[in-house]
Design a binder for this molecule. Sequence first.
Ligand SMILES: Nc1ncnc2c1ncn2[C@@H]1O[C@H](COP(=O)(O)OP(=O)(O)O)[C@@H](O)[C@H]1O
Ligand SMILES: [Mg+2]
Length: 244
Amino acid sequence: MMMSDKQPPLVWFRDVTRSYGKGDVEVAALKNVDLAIASGEFVSVWGPSGSGKSTLCNLIGGIDLPTSGAVQINGEELAKLPDAQQSSHRNRSVGFIFQNFNLIGVLTALENVLLPLTLRGAETSRARQEALTLLDELGLAAEANRLPDKLSGGQQQRVAIARALMTKPPLVVADEPTANLDSENAEKIVTLMRHFNRSVGTTFVFSTHDDRLLDKVDRRIHLRDGQITDDVTVAPFSNSSEAP
Ligand SMILES: Nc1ncnc2c1ncn2[C@@H]1O[C@H](COP(=O)(O)OP(=O)(O)O)[C@@H](O)[C@H]1O
Ligand SMILES: [Mg+2]
């Protein structure tokens, strides 16, 4: 991955603290975190329950702001933008995948994938074709016109991946995307995210407490008590026999 020296990291945290509550009941979910993730990386965030994984994902995804410190995503510090620009920056820069899929029950798989474009009035026949192509790549060609409750958990999460990718964001954040899936489907989800990381260059950051998924990533960031205790870059999981 080529990166010029002038380009800031896609995700850039400087001395970031996120606290909840005030005074005696204040809890720092993240404490003084410094973090840089470059464009094209495939990263997992892992650690025990309560370690700050969701808090970190929400900050990376721009759906939360730090209590102190600076979070810069794709060259912009969200907290410094007016509200309206915050949401448009978020919509342009980040796709989000949730643990419980968060599909709209009355919409078909295809309509769910198209939703980000429907909401901005950009649902063209070309977009429809792109959505169908994405569903096909995710092994869901036959499911395009089904409602979510007719799909398995693994299929629903694949629809959610397609929805996150539909606007072609540089960054996709997934908070425990495999927590509700069996291990076979969990591996499939990670393999599919990796496929889009390689083919489109999308940067993925996903949290997990399943350490069997960790050997599938390039980099793993370990959290404990709101701090990064380990940040290891490992070899990519496929073509690992080739020297870098
Ligand atoms: N909305 C909230 N209000 C108060 N405390 C919170 C809130 N969200 C998270 N926390 C606290 O912050 C810490 C980290 O939580 P979280 O980021 O959800 O961790 P994880 O996703 O690793 O389980 C925990 O101690 C949790 O109780
Ligand atoms: Mg969590």
